[in-house]
Every structure is written in C-alpha cells, then in structure tokens.
Design a protein around this ligand. Structure first.
Ligand code: C2G
Length: 132
C-alpha cells in the first residue's frame, strides 16, 4: 500500500484544497493529512476561522482523506514520514523546494497550486461585499 502525506491549515475549505487532496490521493492508496493546530497556526502567523477540531472533522469527511493527524511544529515531518511509513510527501508548489530535505526519507512532489482561489481571497471578497 502506497502511503501519501500532506500538510496544511485547510481553513474555509475550498476547491483548491480539494484539487490538492484529490491529486495527492491519486498518487497512492492512502492519504494522511496533517492539519495545523490552532497553536501552530499562530507560529505560522495564520488565524483560522474554524478551530482545529472542526477543520479535522471536515477533512475526515472528504472521500480522498484516509487519516488526519495534528501538525504541531515545523520539525515533525521526518518523524511523521517514518512513523506512518509514508512513501510520498506532497505539497502545493508555493512550497517548492522548501521540503526537499525529506527526499532522504520519501518521494517529494510539489503539485501546481489551483489558480484563482485561496482562503485569503475568500476573506477579502467577503469583506469587500460587507463593506460595499
Ligand atoms: N493549495 C492549492 N491551491 C490553492 C490553495 C491551496 O493547491 N488555491 C494547497 C497549498 O499549496 C497546500 C494545501 O493546499 O499544499 C493547503 O493549503 P494551506 O491550508 O494554505 O496550507 P499552508 O498554510 O500552506 O500550510 O507544514 C506545511 C504547512 O502547514 C502548509
């Protein structure tokens, strides 16, 4: 069984996230998603609308996702790859090159980001509607 892992906040889930999760799952048989905890989001300078628990519940309901684990730090990826017997690490290509150190432990694949959507864009568009 080929196991894939990916990481992210996945707040205000949108079709760009789904495109990523779908392609990640297509690379193997089992997809683990490490979701940033609310505490780690602070380290990432990200404030998510949905709590970790609710983002976890949403991700677990997606057909492409087999398991959701917490992402608590930048430094857990090698241990995660080992502990979960991961074959392929996947991220959107906005992270291209940033995780190449994992190549000693698994395949590293950066997938093209989906253009035209982001959690930030959703927030900005909704804010401008509210203001207008
Ligand atoms: N993504 C995408 N297309 C978009 C938006 C996001 O492919 N239009 C991808 C990102 O490249 C990332 C994943 O969806 O691979 C999750 O995006 P975020 O929740 O923004 O993740 P991020 O905050 O970048 O967290 O340790 C890694 C970090 O936790 C990554």
């Amino acid at each position: 069984m080929k196991k894939v892992i990916t990481y992210g906040t996945f707040d205000l889930l949108h079709w760009g996230h789904i495109n990523l999760l779908k392609r990640a799952k297509e690379l193997g048989d089992y997809l683990v998603v490490a979701i940033s905890t609310d505490t780690f989001n602070e380290i990432k300078n990200k404030k998510s609308y949905h709590s970790y628990e609710n983002r976890k519940m949403i991700l677990e309901s997606i057909r492409y996702v087999d398991e959701v684990i917490p992402e608590n730090s930048w430094d857990q990826k090698i241990k995660d790859v080992k502990d979960h017997n991961i074959d392929i690490f996947v991220m959107g290509d906005d992270w291209k090159g940033k995780f190449d150190f994992l190549k000693d432990h698994c395949q590293v694949i950066y997938l093209p980001r989906t253009i035209g959507i982001s959690t930030t864009k959703i927030k900005q568009d909704l804010f401008s509607v509210k203001k207008g």
